[in-house]
Design a protein around this ligand. Sequence first.
Ligand SMILES: Cc1cc2nc3c(=O)[nH]c(=O)nc-3n(C[C@H](O)[C@H](O)[C@H](O)COP(=O)(O)OP(=O)(O)OC[C@H]3O[C@@H](n4cnc5c(N)ncnc54)[C@H](O)[C@@H]3O)c2cc1C
Length: 325
Amino acid sequence: MSTPEDKIYDAVIVGGGPIGIACAMEAKKKGLNYVILEKGTLVNSLYNYPSNMTFFSTSEKLELDDIPFISTNPKPHKQEALEYYRRIVTSNHLNIQLFEKVEKIESEDNLHKVTTSKGFYSSKNVIIATGFYDIPNYLNIPGEDLPKVAHYYGDPHFYATQKTIVVGASNSAVDAALEIYRKGGDVTMVVRGPAIGERVKYWVKPDIDNRIDEGSIKAVFNAELKEIRETEVIITSKEGDQVLENDWVLLLTGYRPNFEFLKDMGIQLSEDGKKIPQYDPETMESNVKGIYLAGVICGGMETHKWFIENSRVHAKMILEDVVKS
Ligand SMILES: Cc1cc2nc3c(=O)[nH]c(=O)nc-3n(C[C@H](O)[C@H](O)[C@H](O)COP(=O)(O)OP(=O)(O)OC[C@H]3O[C@@H](n4cnc5c(N)ncnc54)[C@H](O)[C@@H]3O)c2cc1C
C-alpha cells in the first residue's frame, strides 16, 4: 500500500533490520510521523542467515530500547532473535511496509521524494539503514553462475556426503565448514591467506584449526578458486593448478553495501578504497541534508566495524537531531 503523495512524513526509514527498527522506536517515542520501508520480510537479513546460527553477542547486547531479550543461553539463536525483533515491531505497532523496495531518493528544498517498488513518499528526513547483506563479493570467475554455486549458506544437511568447497576463512566460512563436516560432508576450504582468519570467534578458532590439522576438514592455503565446472573445480596456488572433484561450491567471501544506491542519492564515499559514506559522527547526518545513515551501512567496505551491538546507538543520535532541525 502506498501513501497519498501529498502526505509529508517526518522520517522515512529505509530498511527493516534491527537498526531500522531501533530508529522507528525512537521516532515513535518522539511522536513523529514515520514509516519503515523494507524490501523483504521483517529483519530480512537475519531471516536469511544460516539456520543454525548463534549470535556472537550475548542477548542483552542486541536489545533495542532496553526491552529485555530473554534467551535460553547467553548467546541467542537466530530463531530467538527473529522472535525478539518481531515482537518489538508487533507489540509496539510500528508503522512498517514490508516487501516494498526503495528504488530512488531525490532531494530538493529540504524535502525528499522516495520512490519505491509500489509508490512514492515525501519526507523531511530519510534514514538509510539498509545494511550490507544483499550484495555478495563476487569472485568473477568462470562457472560462478552455475546452479551448484551459492553465495549464501543455509543448512548443513543439504551437503551430507557431498564434496563441498568452502571459499573464505572468516566466521561465515568457518561455521559452514564445521557444520557441513559434522553432517557428513566432505569439505575442502580454499583460503587466500596463509591461515584461518584472525577475526574468527575465539571459541571456534581452535575447533577449525584442529579439524584442519587432523585432516577431517581439508584446507588449501595461499590459494584461490580459478574456475568452477559441473563436476570439478580448479584451485590455483604457487604450487600450480589443482583439479578437484566437486559437487557444491559455497563462496563465503563477504558482502558489501549497495554503493550505487548511496551515490545516486548524493552521498559521497571515501576514495581510499574503503568507500566509507560521509556522515557527521555526532548526528549521523550524511553530506545530504536530512539524509541520515544508521547501522552497518556506515562502514563502507569495512563491514566488520559496525554491528547491532555498537550501532543501535545511532537511533537516538539521529532522532535527537531530527527533532532539533
Ligand atoms: C552470520 C552473522 C552473524 C552475526 N552475528 C552478530 C552478533 O552476534 N552481534 C551483532 O551485533 N551483530 C552480528 N552480526 C551483524 C549484524 O547482523 C548486522 O550488523 C545487523 O544486521 C545490522 O543491522 P542493520 O539494521 O544495520 O542491517 P540489516 O540487518 O542488514 O538490515 C537492513 C535491511 O534493509 C533492507 N533493505 C536493503 N535495501 C533496501 C531497499 N532498497 N529498500 C528497502 N529495504 C532495503 C534489507 O532487506 C534488510 O532487511 C552478524 C552478521 C552475520 C552475517
